[in-house]
Ligand binder design. Structure first.
Ligand SMILES: C[S@@+](CC[C@H](N)C(=O)[O-])C[C@H]1O[C@@H](n2cnc3c(N)ncnc32)[C@H](O)[C@@H]1O
Length: 262
């Protein structure tokens, strides 16, 4: 495994272990229609602080109906996305899968709800999923695939666990010069690539909009020693992570792929 993949994965594991606060539900860069506009999604008050992160889920889902579907989220992190989908998209079931055992523990403790049946969390690897063939109608994958040593191995697993005609809804970032490789991996997956979009400008708008709030949370929740690394990791303004998005050196993409029906 490259140090880059290991670095991201370790960072998420350490964060889940060290910051167990239930109110931290999402770990993505967010999506905003523009710098001045956080979007008009109708959200309950409790979800309001996570509006931009939720927008990214909605943008990834892209209007695909998940109603009465069995949904798998790979890389469910702190569970905010799986919980949101279970509460707002009326699926039959949602399983959140994550490599971080600490994140899965956190989700099982804080991100389930007796009023939302069919939502559960499993520990496991995107490249060797603990599910039988043909278990799901939709796989959701938000800002997680950059951690995987082999994206082709992940896509082969997605193809295996999806039912014929099932859908993969993916969003993630790459160094811009690695985007052609990701596109080739998607095209060579045996799934049918239906749509891709470059949403970098909207992610940058979300980063700008959420900067003050995230800066305050890092200050309040993490030890001072971790602040410089976390500012970069969270792509706060002034960090190398932010500059890479803002200058176009990093690109954020969405993609929709279908499992073949024959
Ligand atoms: C940036 S977080 C995104 C979490 C969530 N999707 C969200 O938007 O809040 C990436 C997640 O991918 C998980 N991850 C990394 N490698 C993984 C793997 N091989 N299998 C499953 N999950 C993985 C990490 O543990 C982390 O929780």
């Amino acid at each position: 495994m490259s140090t880059r993949h290991l670095g991201w994965r370790t960072a998420y594991e350490v964060l889940a272990l060290r910051v167990t606060r239930p109110e931290w539900a999402f770990m993505n860069y967010g999506y905003a229609p523009s710098v001045d506009d956080a979007g008009d999604l109708d959200l309950p008050t409790a979800d309001e602080p996570d509006r931009l992160c939720i927008n990214l889920y909605e943008r990834t889902i892209g209007g695909v109906s998940l109603q009465d579907r069995d949904v798998l989220e790979v890389g469910s992190g702190r569970g905010g996305g799986s919980s949101y989908v279970a509460r707002h998209h009326r699926p039959r079931s949602v399983v959140g899968l994550d490599f971080s055992a600490a994140a899965v523990r956190l989700c099982r403790r804080h991100r389930t709800d007796p009023g939302v049946p069919g939502l559960r969390y499993e520990h496991g690897d995107a490249q060797a999923m603990p599910f039988p063939d043909g278990s799901f109608d939709a796989v959701l994958n938000v800002e997680s695939s950059h951690c995987y040593p082999s994206v082709p191995a992940f896509l082969a697993e997605v193809r295996r666990v999806l039912r014929p005609g099932g859908v993969l809804l993916l969003a993630d970032f790459r160094p811009t010069d690695a985007v052609p490789r990701l596109m080739a991996e998607l095209q060579g997956s045996g799934l049918v690539l239906q749509d891709t979009d470059d949403i970098t400008a909207h992610v940058v708008a979300a980063l700008r909009r959420d900067d003050t709030r995230k800066r305050a949370l890092i200050g309040a929740w993490l030890p001072r020693l971790a602040h410089p690394l976390m500012r970069r990791f969270a792509a706060l303004e002034g960090s190398r992570g932010f500059a890479a998005f803002d200058s176009g050196r990093t690109t954020y993409l969405t993609a929709r792929l279908l499992a073949p029906t024959d």
